[in-house]
Design a protein around this ligand. Structure first.
Ligand SMILES: [Zn+2]
Length: 299
């Protein structure tokens, strides 16, 4: 009895909060897109997501629970460029004919787009270019616009509200970006190595150069011959920093760093990827500070 009265109360309150209008049900592929969707949607949307911040978004094992999430959704937000190579399977499995898929990469200026056809059988997970564009904080403006537009199309009565929320989030992020630019400014032109090519857009924004990768190709595990060549290059170019994304093993990067006298730092690519990094700003701030600290120690 008590439970049913409580539920009645909750339902009545929900109706009062949004009279006559159902909340837009949004599922995002990643925790980062979920944060942006929550910021834009405010109290007019519900937001869920698929990939946890500590998971490699390229390698997601499809589960029935993901299909259930999409079954009830109006919109599915994805990074696109085939980051979510697993998405078609859960979209089909959801059997939700009214689900609308929003590709947030549509207006992104894309990097590392192959000029020749990539043979996917080689295991390359970036066949349409580098999909890690959300790690350039300036690209968040483009993503927020895409989200505000798509929410506004589904719910025109709230279009101005979504637009205002996107602007407010951006204003706050822009202040952080100015701060990050200042912190990174002394290290323009510095080189580093990362495990996977996750930081191309980030490096481009802050004037760094990712000169090599622990992986021989995106999505391919390191081989002994590749490691030897990478160590040679690091010695030659005096590269002293190896950045390792949260979901990769540390033993290969540690061995490389030991061999060439470099330093390994942990980088984070998604909200919630490490404890304490619960927002996009937290995560970017941690990356900027880890890199600035490592470059400063090299001098
Ligand atoms: Zn990738």
């Amino acid at each position: 009895m008590k439970t049913s009265r409580f539920l009645t109360l909750v339902v009545s309150l929900a109706i009062l909060a949004a009279p006559g209008r159902a909340l837009l049900k949004v599922v995002a592929s990643t925790s980062d897109l979920a944060e942006f969707a929550r910021a834009v949607g405010g109290d007019r949307v519900t937001v869920d997501y698929i990939v946890r911040g500590d998971q490699n978004p390229h390698l997601v094992e499809v589960k029935p629970s993901y299909m259930m999430k999409l079954k009830a959704a109006d919109l599915f937000l994805e990074i696109g460029m085939q980051l979510e190579i697993w998405a078609p399977q859960i979209i089909d499995g959801s059997r939700n004919a009214r689900l609308q898929v929003i590709d947030c990469s549509r207006d992104i200026h894309k990097m590392e787009v192959p000029t020749a056809k990539v043979d996917a059988s080689q295991g390359d997970v970036h066949p349409f270019g580098n999909p890690h564009y959300w790690l350039d904080p300036e690209n968040v403006r483009v993503i927020l616009d895409e989200i505000a537009d798509s929410f506004g199309e589904r719910d025109p009565a709230d279009a101005a509200y979504f637009r205002a929320n996107a602007d407010r989030y951006w204003t706050s992020l822009a202040r952080s970006i100015a701060n990050w630019r200042q912190l990174m400014a002394p290290y323009r032109g510095r080189k580093l190595v990362t495990y996977h090519s996750s930081f191309s857009y980030f490096a481009h924004r802050f004037g760094l150069e990712v000169a090599g990768y622990v992986e021989p190709k995106p999505g391919i595990a390191p081989t002994p011959s590749h490691v030897v060549a990478l160590e040679q290059q690091m010695r030659q170019d005096r590269i002293g920093v190896v950045g390792v994304e949260q979901y990769y093993e540390e033993s290969t990067p540690n061995a490389i760093a030991d061999a060439v006298g470099a330093r390994v730092i942990r980088l984070c690519t998604s909200v919630g990827g490490r404890e304490g990094l619960e927002t996009y700003t937290d995560m970017m701030d941690a990356n900027v500070r880890a890199l600035a600290g490592a470059f400063a120690a090299q001098q």
